[in-house]
Design a protein around this ligand. Structure first.
Ligand SMILES: *[C@@H]1O[C@H](CO)[C@@H](O)[C@H](O)[C@H]1NC(C)=O
Ligand SMILES: *[C@@H]1O[C@H](CO)[C@@H](O)[C@H](O)[C@H]1NC(C)=O
Ligand SMILES: *[C@@H]1O[C@H](CO)[C@@H](O)[C@H](O)[C@H]1NC(C)=O
Length: 354
């Protein structure tokens, strides 16, 4: 199915969901997210020691109210766009925020934390919420939801919800590539195996806790992120082939593991949200997709090694038109690129919500 046909199918589904009653119903009751800055919607703002936060301009400049929320982009991130497509009128709140209470919990919760990763050690190095702790918060959320919705309704929300797991970039960029003790102990293939083992275990635990629809993002083309080109590039400004090969190794193993999870749990819908292919397409041929710049960052980043990832908090300065940039900062796509990626995920999405 082409992505246009897939979009149309999803639109028809949404329309038929709406024709039933007066109130439009989203296609799934809730969206529950785990992971890193690709899906963090503000949890790190509540962690005093967290190294990575997006709580300053120009983050959020084209989001609602044009204010920073903790999202690492100029506007919407992929899960926002997915929630829009599914028919939600509000986004699941960051779990650590005061908004994560009462009826707001009915549409889900977001446990993601920038600089978190599959490997808890990576998250701990940056004072982010480890994946293990995110799962603990999720268990706590289950009881809070039962208190708000009642036990039976909570169970059906939890089994109907779409679960998104989006993490792992930090295990490479913020750990493996500059951690000699790690790279001595594991070659890339074995390191990918270690991370995938953590994912597989996490998915099994989610399943045991009631999840039945899980979407996991693939590893992005690590070598095409502007920060990677700065730190590991060969000077010609092109994508770093070695890093992209590592991402492909990870993604092959992820594919096999997702197939294995399907085999183990007949009533589990699980799919890969492939972000590698669309981002690679944008990085290789931006103009064909309506972008002018795929190598630079829209906002001015810092120069120090640890600062090339994010917009510089002290020199606010952005490009004139974020929609013409694939990347907003050193690692995170612009809203326009997120829209492009979300469109290419519709097919996997349909597999999960129907
Ligand atoms: C290297 O990685 C290990 C395992 O993730 C971690 O415990 C350690 O702190 C890291 N060391 C450095 C110097 O980053
Ligand atoms: C794994 O790869 C095969 C071959 O490309 C593909 O048909 C299948 O859909 C992939 N599985 C997942 C879970 O993406
Ligand atoms: C911004 O860039 C996008 C994509 O290149 C383009 O479609 C749009 O017209 C531009 N907007 C302005 C105000 O220049």
């Amino acid at each position: 199915m082409t992505s246009m046909a897939a979009l149309l199918a999803l639109f028809l589904l949404a329309a038929s969901a709406m024709s039933g009653g007066v109130q439009a119903q989203p296609l799934v009751p809730a969206v529950i997210s785990f992971g890193d800055s690709t899906v963090d919607v503000g949890n790190n703002n509540y962690l005093p020691r967290a190294v990575f936060k997006a709580n300053y301009a120009p983050y959020g400049q084209s989001f609602a109210r044009h204010e920073p929320t903790g999202r690492f982009s100029d506007g919407k991130i992929v899960t926002d766009i997915t929630a829009d497509t599914l028919g939600f009128e509000s986004y699941a709140p960051p779990y650590l925020s005061p908004q994560a209470s009462g009826k707001n919990l009915l549409v889900g919760a977001n446990f993601a934390s920038a600089a978190s990763s599959y490997h808890d050690d990576t998250a701990a190095m940056y004072d982010a919420i480890t994946l293990t702790q995110q799962l603990e918060y999720y268990k706590e959320y289950q009881s809070k939801l039962a208190a708000v919705a009642g036990r039976a309704a909570a169970r059906s929300i939890l089994s109907g919800a779409l679960y998104v797991v989006s993490t792992g970039t930090g295990d490479f960029l913020q750990n493996y590539y500059h951690n000699a003790s790690l790279s001595r102990r594991y070659d890339v293939a074995r390191y990918c195996g270690l991370l995938i083992g953590i994912f597989s275990d996490f998915a099994d635990k989610l399943y045991k806790l009631g999840a039945r629809r899980i979407g996991v993002t693939s590893m992005p083309p690590l070598g095409c992120l502007p920060a990677s080109i700065r730190l590991y590039g060969e000077g010609h400004g092109g994508c770093v082939a070695r890093l992209n090969r590592d991402a492909e190794t990870f993604n092959r193993k992820l594919n096999a593991t997702v197939e294995a999870l399907k085999g183990r749990h007949a009533d589990l819908k699980i799919a890969i949200f492939d972000i590698y292919t669309p981002l690679r397409k944008l990085a290789d041929a931006p103009v064909e997709q309506g972008f002018a710049n795929a190598r630079g960052t829209c906002c001015r980043t810092g120069k120090a090694k640890t600062r090339v990832y994010l917009c510089n908090p002290t020199t606010a300065g952005t490009c004139r038109n974020a929609s013409s940039y694939v990347f907003f900062d050193g690692v995170h796509p612009s809203e326009a690129a997120n829209v492009f990626m979300a469109e290419s995920m519709v097919e996997a999405g349909i597999e999960l919500v129907t």
